[in-house]
Design a protein around this ligand. Sequence first.
Ligand code: BLA
Length: 765
Amino acid sequence: MQGIDVEFQDLNLSNLDQTQIHISGQIQPHGVVLILKEPELEILQVSNNSYKELGKTPESLLGKKLEELLDSFQVETIKPGLSDENLDYINPTKFWVRRNGDDYVVFDGVFHRNPDGFLILELEPAISQENIPFLSFYHLARVSINQLQETSNLQEFCQVIVTEVRKVTGFDRVMLYKFEEDNHGTVIAEEKEEDMEPYLGLHYPASDIPKPARKLFSSNYIRIIPDAKTQPAELFPLQNPIIDRPVDLTFSVLRSASPCHLQYLENMGVSASLTISLIKDGKLWGLIACHHRSPKYVSYELRKACEFLGRVIFAEISSREETEDYDHRMRLTYIRSILIEYMSEEEKFVDGLVKHEPNLLDLTNATGAAICFGGNWTVVGKTPEREDLNFLVQWLQKNVEQEVFATDSLPSIYSDAQRYKDVASGLLAIPISQRNFVLWFRPEVIQTVNWGGDPSKAFEKSHSEGILKLSPRKSFELWKETVRLKSLPWKQVEIKAALELRKAIVNIVLRQADELAQLARDLERSNAELKKFAYVASHDLQEPLNQVANYVQLLEMRYEEAIDEDGKEFINYAVEGVSLMQTLIDDVLAYSKVDVQGIEFELTEVEKSLEKALGNLRNRIIETKAEITHDPLPIVMADGTQLMQLFQNLIGNAIKFRSEEPPKIHVGTKRIEDEWLFWVEDNGIGIDPQFSDRIFVIFQRLHTREEYPGTGMGLAICKKIVECHRGRIWVESELDRGSTFYFTIPVGRRERIINGRKGQNNPFG
Ligand code: BLA
């Protein structure tokens, strides 16, 4: 609201919201209010216009019983009705009051019990000329409802309501006033005298009908001000003698409207008004507001008929609104179910939301959408730049706690968004978890809103006798506002659809996390089993194996004479078997020992590891006349012993699977981005490419043991070593053309260095 400084604005609004209009003690002077004590119906308070209306001074009535005013015959007829909770059955009752001699006045008497527990009788002069015979509720409602059923849309329907209400009440102007989300309101249908200025389509600020007033309308469905210009009457005494304070007049039909509102009506040129509340789902949805330029009295029956009409008709409005929503809702439900299906079919559920038709955009009728998941953005349609998205998410993390957040004016609450208002003036967001979000966007749509008077000057302040007084604006002339930085609003069904999608995503993410955890558990279990096996192998198998070896040797020594050639051959087989088993056990042990936790990362000179491996292979190198060369080798973060074992296995294989020629082996290296690539190239027998994956699998052999001895564990161990260093290993080869084994080792990363046990003075930091 421009033109009003913040402090003053706050002061005003809180004033507006605290006015206690229901306990003012003031009533409209065309009727008389009596506060009664039950069961004797003693008069505790009476409005101070009693002499004018009833010919009796307030003082003369206090402490008297009701029958002294109305005579006992009339009171006896209503007494049975008063014993009922629901006083509607006796409302209204016609009462004859003798003013003077034979001067009788007829009143419509209406009873209610107020929140303090008092019985309140309100007497309004009966209006005989309004006693239209065809005016039964049934007739009124039937005519109107028949009309209503012929209308096809909500707009037309609202128009029929105002036409019908105007027809039966004769007000100069009848409007349907609908409250918006922020409590400001719009006239959505109007029927009026031709010479009056139209209010149709105009918006009115929330402060025109302050919160206490709106609250009252939710319990009191119909209110009349027949003459806004009269001076109110007051209850006498003002304080109720039993509770020592003014009584609550919430449900009173004669309660005087607040001076502010009376001024409002005067400024609008209105003398009489009738207002009917329209309640949907327990909330004030709107009002039927009737204006008359001159004073106008409306009988209790007619008012009730209008209230009835309002309720019946409004039930129909609600159900129409819902049907209009229904088709949209069904379509969104359908889209959601398809998205869920896509999500569960895709490997990454996010792809399911954007790759197909319909996609995320269709779910909320957005022009852009972005998903932040696991630190990555996936976008569809028009969205802000990644960098802007990152900042936006940070802002959401700080400011949004609920499961769904929607705004049609992001730039007005997050100023950064002004730069990209053309794609994201509207934002609908669902947090999936602390860091993961789905966001939908809508562009700015510049709109013109027509206000009934300048909304920034909705009311004025004035000081009289040191008291701050608020008065409504004088001019209700059309005031055009250009609204910028706003998108079309998100509909409730769309927000709900987003919320439903959130549930589905959360389920999918949870399920995937569950599957991952299960995989990790399986892996851990198989590792544990392997370790257990290795332990058993090394201890339990070793014992009997030693025993077999020892006894076979003993047999050979002691019975050398007795055993023939065949027997010796058999013993040899047994010894070979034992030694093969020994190697197998050693290899399985070696394999099981390679695991991430066991790795000692440190700065390792690769050359040193290679040299050690060559040292271990010395005999075989000499035997086979192998020629081994290498590039200058780097320093890497690795476990030196395992690196040595890796080279030993790879070079050992190159020698073992040599061709006719003496082996020529080269160890090469090259830095590729943040990895070191190493290779061991030989001129051996090569490997058929179809087996290039199989050779790395535990216990897999391509050749018989007779051709090439070994357990088939070597390359499996190599693979495990490389993988524990977060690298990859593969082979490129062709039969008879030699093989090249490649593997990578990532260059040392900072976190690894910091977490590493011995890596304090590291050159890669
Ligand atoms: C009440 N204000 C109302 C009511 C309406 C409006 C319909 C209910 C009237 C009733 O219950 O009989 C406003 N009337 C409108 C609007 C249109 C219309 C928007 O015809 C549009 C066509 N109002 C102000 C300011 C104050 C204020 C500045 O503008 C307070 C300082 C107060 N309005 C106010 C109060 C009531 C009210 C207190 C309740 C009246 C009462 O029941 O006592």
